[in-house]
Design a binder for this molecule. Structure first.
Ligand SMILES: [Zn+2]
Length: 260
């Protein structure tokens, strides 16, 4: 992808999710976004790369950009989850004023491996952010973050995998259309027509549908319906991952997709 750049004059949100299945790319984009947040340039695209703040940020030595993540175990392997302790450390640190910049930026790498307790603690911070504090959550998939966390953040995607994503996002769009149509008949008919879909395609469709829901959520007038649909799709994805057939999963969607 082209390097992330924020146009001059564009306001920045206080919390972002930087989503990409590619770890290197999402971390690089998050580092540039953090630099853009602290860039001192008023009339250039940020990060400008020239101001004192950018020079430090882009070298990874700005004292007001704080990186955190799952950490590693004794053997140097990445830990499987981020626990609430990491979020508590951020909460405590966020009360201390920035060293030199106008704000502090917390970059949480692999934020989607935060366990539920950690995510709920983070949610509190996002709901009532201390002054002069911003967040960038890096995630392989935004769908693993709680809907409540997602709804507090602006979602940016890096290099969504083009080959798979076109088919999957078209499938997902139709599926969500049927799910929100309010017509059980229409939904059931669509599920029946498509139940020959293979598991891989079904899996990609569910993933894309959950990503689209994550996008919809902050703007949706019916959050409860979005959250409900997301829970159903998450359950379906879980079934697929233990080799339940796409046919059965679509059957489940047909039966449970529309609230009775
Ligand atoms: Zn700059």
């Amino acid at each position: 992808m082209d390097k992330l750049s924020i146009p001059a004059g564009q306001n920045l949100a206080h919390a972002y999710i930087m989503a990409s299945p590619n770890e290197e790319q999402r971390n690089a984009a998050a580092a540039r976004l953090a630099a853009a947040m602290l860039c001192e340039s008023a009339d250039a695209a940020r990060p400008c790369g020239r101001c004192a703040a950018c020079r430090k940020s882009l070298q990874g030595i700005h004292p007001d950009i704080i990186y955190t993540g799952p950490g590693t175990d004794g053997q140097g392997r990445k830990k499987r989850e981020i626990t609430v302790d990491a979020v508590r450390a951020i909460t405590a640190d966020a009360l201390i004023v920035p060293n030199e910049a106008a704000r502090k930026v917390y970059v949480i790498q692999d934020a989607d491996v935060m366990n539920a307790q950690a995510q709920n603690a983070l949610l509190k911070l996002l709901e009532e952010p201390p002054e002069r504090v911003s967040f960038v959550l890096c995630a392989g998939s935004a769908s693993r973050l709680l809907p409540t966390v997602r709804s507090r953040c602006e979602l940016l995607r890096v290099n969504a995998d083009a080959a798979e994503s076109e088919e999957a996002s078209a499938d997902a769009k139709v599926l969500l259309g049927k799910l929100f149509s309010g017509s059980e008949c229409e939904l059931a008919e669509w599920c029946l027509t498509n139940d020959g879909m293979d598991n891989r395609r079904c899996e990609a469709m569910l993933r894309a549908a959950r990503e689209q829901l994550a996008d919809l959520l902050p703007r949706s007038r019916d959050r409860a319906a979005c959250v409900r649909a997301d829970a159903l799709l998450a359950r379906c994805a879980e079934y697929l991952s233990v080799n339940v057939s796409a046919k059965s999963v679509l059957g489940l969607i047909a039966v449970d997709g529309i609230e009775k």
